[in-house]
Design a protein around this ligand. Structure first.
Ligand code: HGY
Ligand code: MN
Ligand code: MN
Length: 411
């Protein structure tokens, strides 16, 4: 059979995306499926059921990563496709979910055609890619590929005080399979771009060359709660002021550095958070990213020096904690070429690009040839219920995925 004539079933794939998107669905659209929440459990159960119906051998490892295995004619390391099904608190139905379900669609096409690949295939989803509830992000895939200690990850307490280990047991996904030992022949991940580039340039496919560096820091600031009216300015130990100054400085650093530098203060909490009380405590996070490791370190230094200098001036105590730190990762040029070549062969417009977001693929890249396929995000929106990618764009990405998987699995 001429394998290049195989086509994904876009209706089937889109139906599954919408069905999975209904788990944890938000009233006005979008989805809330935080890692290890009840919604995450329900999503996991649904995808595991789909894996089993495709005849995959499903395994769950000790940090809840789920892999569906399809034997090939030979043994050996599987061609692996994956992503995640956990979402941010108010996210879209495509981030992560598309990559997992497109992987299952590849399996369904091969099943329908009665094709057994030479190499085994594996399709999976990894625990807590988002890192919104439990830091760091890409937690499950980092443990899976041996870059994060399992016990350290299980002990992490989330923004609600629960631990990863407790929550895995609670939702029934504390698996038995040891972690850190699985190796893939190669790894592919289809993902929405989550940025504006492909749409602005009218491109259908992104051949992703790598992932930029990520630095997440939490600053816990302690001062003295006091009366907003009676406390002279010279006597204040205002934790809220420094937190707000950090947010402004993060933006100033990104603007001063320019280039690829980005900065975000996504979480900000005051205590007691009342109109007439000077905040005695504040917590703020700073997310810094850059494609260049040296520049990312320079941005971190500027941020930490600003905090130390102003904490001293304001007579505040600051506890600083690293929530996540990943250096930039480059994908295998041979695999990036393969993605670009397959997109061209199929007649899609394609451009090479870095990823601004973190992905599970970056945890596979040091261990096996790895590449990602991007499809456009309408208006560049993501981590937002308005996240949207058209069916044609989904179809193009999934078709490229089918092609690159077959190219690797049939040789
Ligand atoms: O934060 C990220 O880049 C990813 O969405 N976890
Ligand atoms: Mn993602
Ligand atoms: Mn995400």
């Amino acid at each position: 059979m001429n394998l290049t004539t195989l086509r994904i079933d876009l209706d089937r794939l889109h139906r599954q995306l919408v069905t999975l998107g209904g788990i944890g669905a938000l009233p006005g659209g979008g989805v809330a499926r935080l890692a290890l929440s009840d919604a995450d459990r329900a999503g996991r159960d649904l995808v595991v059921d789909w894996m089993r119906k495709l005849g995959l051998q499903v395994t769950v490892d000790r940090i809840g990563n789920v892999l569906g295995l399809r034997p090939g004619e030979s043994d050996g390391l599987p061609v692996t496709v994956g992503s995640h099904i956990d979402t941010v608190k108010a996210g879209g139905i495509y981030d992560g979910n598309l990559g997992v379900l497109a992987g299952l669609e590849v399996i369904a096409v091969l099943n329908d055609a009665g094709i057994v690949t030479k190499r085994p295939l594996a399709v999976g989803f990894f625990t807590n890619e988002e890192g919104s509830r439990f830091a760091p992000d890409m937690m499950g895939s980092a443990v899976h590929q041996g870059f994060l200690d399992l016990d350290q990850a299980l002990a992490v307490r989330g923004i609600d005080g629960k631990s990863v280990g407790e929550e895995l047991v609670r939702i029934g996904y504390a698996g038995e399979v040891p972690t850190g030992i699985f190796r893939a022949h190669c790894y592919f991940e289809l993902h929405v771009e989550q940025g504006p580039v492909l749409e602005q340039e009218g491109m259908q496919i992104g051949a992703v060359e790598g992932v930029q560096g990520i630095s997440w820091t939490e600053y816990r600031i302690s001062g003295v709660s006091n009366h907003a009216g009676t406390t002279p300015m010279r006597m204040r130990r205002d934790a809220g002021y420094l937190a707000a100054a950090i947010s402004v400085e993060a933006r100033a650093i990104a603007q001063a550095m320019g280039g690829d530098q980005v900065a975000t203060t996504g979480l900000l909490q005051f205590k007691p958070n009342l109109v007439n009380v000077i905040p005695g405590e504040a917590v703020i996070t700073v997310d810094l990213r850059n494609t260049d490791e040296m520049l990312l370190q320079a941005a971190e230094r500027r941020m930490h020096e600003f905090v130390a200098r102003n904490a001293a001036a304001e007579n505040l105590d600051v506890q600083q904690r690293v929530l996540a730190r990943f250096e930039p990762v480059a994908f295998d040029p041979v695999m990036v070429d393969l993605v670009e070549r397959e997109a061209h062969r199929l007649g899609y417009s394609v451009r090479r690009m870095p990823s601004g977001a973190g992905h599970d693929a970056q945890m596979f890249a040091p261990n096996c040839p790895t590449a990602m396929i991007f499809v456009p995000s309408v208006r560049g929106i993501s981590h937002n219920p308005a996240e949207f990618t058209t069916q044609d764009q989904i179809g193009a990405g999934a078709q490229v995925l089918l092609g690159v998987v077959l190219e690797q699995a049939m040789k």
